[in-house]
Design a protein. Structure first.
Length: 138
């Protein structure tokens, strides 16, 4: 049940981003060294619809969840094209703030505040020395 809850929270966080919320601007440098940088990089790739790059930022166990999120995002884009009156908005990634990271061995949590002033949490896992977003939880 805990894994399901963590997966659901991660999925909702990503959907929240794709349907009208944003993150702080991601630096161009390599994000492999820090969980916060990888979280920003992952969300930035999702925002830009750079799905192949987003997949590289996530664990293997996250891939099925990410595949579903990408499918939903593409369906939303198609619906927006078919119905111009539909309200699907995407914001420029510049409004998520207060990033705080807790590292516990090879696991980390990056907590940040979204544009609705709510805290969101992204789980990460260190795989072969690189921090990756872990949508599947522990």
């Amino acid at each position: 049940m805990k894994n399901f809850t963590r997966s659901a929270v991660a999925a909702i966080t990503v959907c929240f981003l794709l349907t009208g919320n944003a993150i702080a601007q991601t630096p161009a440098n390599d994000a492999a060294g820090e969980p916060e940088a990888m979280t920003k990089k992952f969300l930035q790739h999702l925002y830009k619809k750079e799905y192949g790059e987003a997949k590289k930022c996530a664990t293997k166990k996250s891939q099925p969840i990410l595949k579903q999120l990408i499918a939903v995002t593409r369906q939303m884009a198609e619906m927006a094209k078919a119905d111009p009156s539909a309200k699907f908005t995407e914001n420029d990634p510049s409004t998520f703030t207060n990033f705080k990271t807790t590292i516990n061995g090879d696991a980390a949590e990056c907590i940040f505040t979204n544009t609705a002033s709510k805290e969101e949490t992204m789980a990460l896992k260190k795989v072969k020395g690189v921090w990756l977003v872990d949508l599947a939880g522990k």
